[in-house]
Structures are given as structure tokens and as C-alpha cells.
Write a protein that binds this ligand. Structure first.
Ligand code: SF4
Length: 517
């Protein structure tokens, strides 16, 4: 399945420090709860000692995500702010440990759950960046669960007859994966539509069926409804846009329509809702937010104050960009609701700069929505390339990707062509290659705020340069490939491990001691 704009790029709508630590783990935990198939009694959550989470799972919101998921909360629920208390109140035992087990991804978690009626499950999952994840093992069965289908897990005593009978019962569009275990067989049935309750009952009654588990989808766009996208590479996208006289925003909307099977009106409404949440977070941030466990406090209002007191330039678009980007970041750090875009760490860039430019241009709602689809389609090429995991690639795939997305969105607002939008994106990302990830005291605040502001300003200057006729020289696909290549050359200490960059300064150590876990 190709990445979709709403599943993988603009979203999730969430609370918490980090999309890979909080949103992805919340999603994994919610699905684990489905797989347990009875109320939870106790959980053991283990991070590999050599993985990226071993050093920062407390501070970057992994505990919050897993607790919230295991408690069955929505990620936007205000109780996500205090899941530890809720775990105690419900008399649950959720233990976190650094363990050692084979992994194939730096962000891997092993979760053992026990239910109140004696069910036990063991799940291995990886967070892939920006809230994406895959559950790749349940007990001794190799699976691939990503939250994008209605699914059934059917445990049967090994038999060749039963799967065939099951295939005749399930909906026609459903896909069945047959996975052999040591003593039994697991059928993983995936459907883009809800599997009727009667189907589950029929399967339960079949001889040899041991258990039928319903796994609910957790992503906003389901797989299995897709039609062919009229382009693949960035080059073919540009040819398509030129031939059809489409802007990059038009192309982004067409892409999402092909993958989701949803109507244009439905998609425009979805984006309208995303924009409403972003604007709300900007207003909330500027009004002021409070949260104890944070390094930076309310600052987004200071720009206006400084303008008023003649301490900085008046009415500069840059002032508004700084203020709006900061407001979103402050909302994130205060555990209020915001949109990861493409990640939580880089959530301020796209929304902040789009609002500032759209206000200046007096853009209408349609233009605003199209600018987000332009940003989204650039994000798609990042997602199929390196992805958004700072633990693998550093901040070049968070603020770097966000800057490229924002540059394309600004060109869209300027009324530029798809080619100009893609070139602006290329230019913006070129300036962010090699950006390390070194959050101070493991909080996604410093130097994340400054990086977001710079990514937004860089997007604005790149869009302005391209729309004035400057040459980006290196095509966007080559720039994205370079991001992947450079990340291979970067040491792991500067990839969100807390072992390099500003994270190991004396001041960072003092802050970490002061803030604790
Ligand atoms: S430095 Fe960049 S990648 Fe690292 S946590 Fe901050 S925003 Fe995310």
C-alpha cells in the first residue's frame, strides 16, 4: 500500500511529545488490547537495550502512548495527560523494562499482556516514524498489522479444510493470509469494510476454530479501496500535472482520492477539519498553555509584544511565522491537541507558515485546502523514500521534510505551477540535509522549536526564490535520495538517542537532572 496523505503525512491528530513515541505506541497498544480479546489485567512492556527508545521512552511520551492505548482512551482524550494515575485507579499493572531481544528496527517494542480471564499474548511491533507502525509478530505467528483494515485473527487447529470453508464465508473483498505456527494455524483476514458479526459467529462455530479475534482499524484511511494513481515518480507527476494543467494541490487531492476511494467532497472536508484543528492550536498556543514537565514556557505571544515596543521590525511576515510556529509547538509541549505534520516534533512548520502566508495573501478556504494537499503530496515522496523516523535519519526527515512540504504549499498559495512547487520543495530540503536530532533533556522542545521556525522561514525563502525564477538545480527525487544516503553516514549518537549534539551539553545534563523522568 502506498502512503496516504491523511494516514502517513498530515496527521495523526494527537496529544503527546512525539508521533513515533506517543501516537504510534498508542496505536500499537490499542490493537494489542483488541488482540488480547478480554479486559486487561497486567502488561509488561520491553524496549531493547540497543534500540533508540531505551534512553528516552519516559520523556518522549512512549509511556503515555502505551498507557493510553492499554486503557482504551482516544489519543485526543484529555485524560491522556495523566495516564499513570488512571492506571493506578483502575488497579492495572503496567511495567516498563529495558530488555534484550532480536529486533530489526531501532524503535521496537515487545508487549506481553495478561487478561482477567487468563488470556496471554506476546506482541512485537515497530514504530516507523510519523505515527506509522507495524505489528509483525503475535505469539509465534508472523503477521503484518498496520491498522489500515478491519481484521479478524482466527486461530485454528492445523487443518487444510477449515481455511477453505472460511474463505467461502468471509466477504468477497477480504484477503486471507494463512500463517503456520508450531501447533496451530492463524488466519489473518483483512477487509476494507467492517466484517459482519454473523461472519464472526459462523467462523467461531466451525470445527477446529479455537478463537476469533476482531482487530479494529485505527488509521483514518483504510486500504483496499484504491484505484490506480495516474503517476508514480516525481517526473511522471510533473508530466501529468503539465498535461492536465493541474497545480500540485490538485495532484495531491487526486492522489488521495485514488488511494482512499473517498469522494472529493469527503476529502476536502477531512482537510478542512485538519486545518480547523491547526488554527485552533495556534490560537490556544498564543493565548498561553501550562504544563509542568517542559523546558520552554509560553513565548509565542512575545513577538507581538516586542513589535509593539519597537524592539523588532514591525509587520514583518517573519514575525508572524515565528509566532504561529511557536504557538503550535507550545500546544504540543502542553499535551494539548495538535496535528503531527508530518511528525509531532516538526508539527509547527507547515501549519505555522501556511497560516502566516495565507493571512498575508488573504487566501480563501479552497486555496488553503489545496496548499495542504500540495504539502501532503511532497510528504508522500518522503514517506516512500526515507520515511519520517528521526531515530534512523535525524531531523532532516522531520524539520527537513516539513520544510520541503511547506515550500510546496507556499508556492501553491502564490498561485505557482506544480513544477515550481516541487522545485521550491527541492530547494528547501537541500538546505536541511544533514540536520541532526539532539533533543535536550529528551524533551521535543530544544532545539526543536528553533529548527521548526527555521524550517518555516526556509520554506518561505525557497518558495519566493523559485517563484522569482531561481534555479533549484538538483531535482527533488535526487535530493530525497541524498537525505537517505547522508543519514547512512550520520552516527547514531545524533539520531534521537540523546547521546550526541546539544543533548550532551552541560546545560542539557543539568536540565535533565532538574526535570527528571
Ligand atoms: S531535533 Fe528534530 S527530529 Fe529531533 S526531536 Fe527535535 S524536531 Fe524531532
Amino acid at each position: 500500500m502506498l502512503p496516504t496523505i491523511f494516514n502517513d503525512i498530515i496527521g495523526p491528530v494527537m496529544r503527546g511529545q512525539s508521533s513515533s513515541h506517543t501516537a504510534a505506541t498508542w496505536r500499537i497498544a490499542r490493537i494489542c488490547l483488541d488482540i488480547l480479546n478480554e479486559p486487561l489485567k497486567k502488561a509488561l512492556v520491553e524496549f531493547d537495550k540497543d534500540g533508540a527508545w531505551a534512553t528516552n521512552y519516559m520523556e518522549q511520551g512512549t509511556v503515555m502512548g502505551i498507557n493510553g492505548g492499554l486503557l482504551g482512551l482516544e489519543i485526543t482524550d484529555f485524560r491522556m495527560k495523566n495516564t499513570k494515575q488512571l492506571v493506578e485507579e483502575r488497579d492495572l499493572s503496567i511495567i516498563y523494562k529495558i530488555g534484550s531481544y532480536p529486533t530489526h528496527h531501532v524503535n521496537t517494542v515487545r508487549i506481553s499482556l495478561s487478561g482477567i480471564n487468563g488470556n496471554n499474548i506476546l506482541v512485537y511491533a515497530a514504530s516507523l516514524g510519523g505515527g506509522s507502525f507495524n505489528i509483525y509478530q503475535v505469539n509465534d505467528f508472523k503477521v503484518d498489522i498496520r491498522g489500515d483494515y478491519h481484521e479478524l485473527l482466527v486461530l485454528i487447529k492445523s487443518s487444510k479444510v477449515v481455511p477453505e470453508r472460511i474463505k467461502s464465508i468471509i466477504p468477497k473483498d477480504a484477503v486471507v493470509n494463512q500463517i503456520s505456527g508450531k501447533y496451530s494455524m492463524l488466519l489473518n483476514i483483512k477487509s476494507s469494510k467492517e466484517i459482519p458479526r454473523e461472519t464472526k459467529q459462523q467462523i467461531t462455530k466451525l470445527p477446529n476454530t479455537q478463537e476469533v479475534i476482531v482487530v479494529n482499524p485505527i488509521l483514518p484511511i483504510l486500504s483496499g479501496n484504491d484505484t490506480e494513481v495516474p503517476f508514480t515518480t516525481i517526473e511522471s507527476l510533473l508530466k501529468y500535472a503539465e498535461r492536465e494543467n493541474y497545480s500540485l494541490g490538485d495532484v495531491g487531492l487526486i492522489y488521495e482520492k485514488c488511494l482512499s476511494g473517498l469522494s472529493e467532497a469527503g476529502l476536502l472536508n477531512k482537510m478542512k477539519e485538519i486545518i480547523r484543528i491547526i488554527e485552533n492550536s495556534i490560537n490556544t498556543g498564543i493565548e498561553g498553555t501550562i504544563y509542568e514537565d517542559r523546558i520552554l514556557h509560553h513565548q509565542s505571544h512575545l513577538i507581538k509584544k516586542a513589535e509593539k515596543n519597537n524592539r523588532i521590525l514591525h509587520n514583518s511576515i517573519l514575525n508572524r511565522i515565528i509566532s504561529y510556529v511557536t504557538a503550535i509547538m507550545e500546544v504540543k509541549s502542553a499535551m494539548e491537541v495538535f496535528v503531527a505534520n508530518p511528525t509531532a516534533g516538526s508539527c509547527g512548520t507547515v501549519g505555522g507558515v501556511i497560516k502566516a502566508i495565507a493571512e498575508e495573501l488573504k487566501s480563501n478556504e479552497d486555496e488553503l485546502i489545496k496548499s495542504y494537499f500540495a504539502a501532503g503530496i511532497v510528504g508522500v515522496y518522503f514517506a516512500v523514500g526515507p520515511g519520517f523516523s528521526a531515530e534512523e535519519h535525524g531531523c532532516q526527515v522531520e524539520c527537513g521534510a516539513a520544510s520541503g512540504m511547506a515550500a510546496a504549499a507556499i508556492v501553491q498559495l502564490f498561485g505557482g505551477t506544480a513544477k515550481q512547487a516541487i522545485d521550491a520543495s527541492s530547494m528547501a530540503i537541500q538546505n536541511m540535509i544533514g540536520l541532526i536530532c539532539d533533543p535536550v533533556a529528551d524533551r521535543v522542545e530544544v532545539p526543536c522549536l528553533g529548527k521548526n521556525v527555521n524550517a518555516a522561514v526556509n520554506a518561505y525563502t525557497s518558495a519566493s526564490m523559485i517563484c522569482s525564477g531561481f534555479d533549484a538545480v538538483i531535482p527533488l527525487d535526487e535530493v530525497i535520495q541524498t537525505v537517505s544516503r547522508v543519514s547512512d553516514q550520520m552516527p547514531s549518537c545524533v539520531k534521537c538517542t540523546g547521546k550526541g549534539g546539544l543533548a550532551i551539553t552541560n546545560t542539557a545534563a543539568d536540565l535533565k537532572r532538574k526535570l527528571g523522568n
